[in-house]
Design a protein around this ligand. Structure first.
Ligand SMILES: N[C@@H](CCC[C@H](N)C(=O)O)C(=O)O
Length: 269
């Protein structure tokens, strides 16, 4: 069976998007998702995205990491999905229902409310998630927040100086995080600007992480370090993150389609 795909990205965080609303797509398992995402032998991407019909929203978005694991949320992919859908829509994800709205060259997304209680992150045991009494090789006292998926956020003097490729996987798989974790290392430039690098759970270093930008901005706002709207600069470019009185997070930024193609399902199954 041949299956069509669209290659898309948000700030260089790239996706293979399968649209089961248009053509049926057979069931995806971890091995197939990993094979498609492999940059040497597959199509290659940070995340595989499956759009499906939904009873609860305009459509459903499922997210598979580069390692094949299915996860709850992806900020950059939600902007890509908005672009593909072409109009404002509610989107069911396993991390909650979000609302997307295409803009010129991208999308604005209501990402829902962040959760800060330790059970919701989740952590292995209870602690204050605003200033966690833990540390890993020079990175310490982070915060944790769930924005549909789990994040830990460290503030450092210079994000570029942190060996995130070495320390990221150690923190991602630490037993403190029973569902593993996305690792954000951020520098507060001023009250309206944050610089951020992310080690993504199941994908490693990416050019950008939309949920990481949301988690980092909200954590900085919770600590009173920045205003309620900030620009977050990632290696792939900028996102605007707002967290208003409704307590819902708004993420605005670009998304693009790279190309369309098709592949033989059995080559990867
Ligand atoms: N790139 C994404 C996040 C993808 C999922 C994440 N790696 C996880 O495991 O939770 C984004 O833009 O948010």
């Amino acid at each position: 069976m041949r299956v069509d795909f669209t290659k898309m990205h948000g700030l260089g965080n790239d996706f293979v998007v399968l649209d089961a609303r248009v053509h049926p797509v057979p069931a995806i398992d971890t091995a197939l998702a990993r094979a498609l995402a492999d940059r040497r032998t597959g199509i290659g991407c940070d995340q595989l995205i499956l759009l499906e019909p939904s009873d609860a929203a305009d459509f459903r978005m499922r997210i598979f990491n580069h390692d094949g694991g299915e996860v709850e949320a992806c900020g950059n992919a939600s902007r890509a999905a908005a672009l593909l859908h072409g109009s404002a829509a509610s989107v069911e994800t396993s991390g909650g229902t979000i609302h997307v709205e295409p803009t010129n060259g991208g999308a604005s997304v209501d990402m829902g409310k962040p959760r800060f209680d330790w059970e919701a992150i989740p952590l292995a045991y209870g602690m204050d998630t605003a200033v966690m009494p833990v540390g890993w090789e020079g990175l310490d006292r982070p915060g944790a927040v769930n924005v549909g998926n789990p994040h830990v956020v460290f503030f450092v003097e210079n994000t570029d100086a942190v060996p995130l490729d070495v320390i990221g996987p150690q923190i991602e798989t630490d037993p403190l995080f029973p569902q593993r974790i996305n690792v954000n290392v951020a520098t507060i430039e001023n009250r309206r600007h944050i610089r951020l690098r992310v080690w993504e759970r199941g994908a490693g270093l990416t050019r950008a992480c939309g949920t990481g930008a949301c988690a980092t901005a909200v954590h900085a706002m919770r600590r009173g370090l920045v205003e309620r709207e900030v620009t977050v600069t990632l290696p792939g470019g900028d996102l605007i993150i707002g967290w208003d009185d409704s307590e819902r997070i708004r993420m605005t930024g670009p998304a693009s389609e790279s190309y369309r193609g098709s592949f033989e399902w059995d080559d990867f199954a």
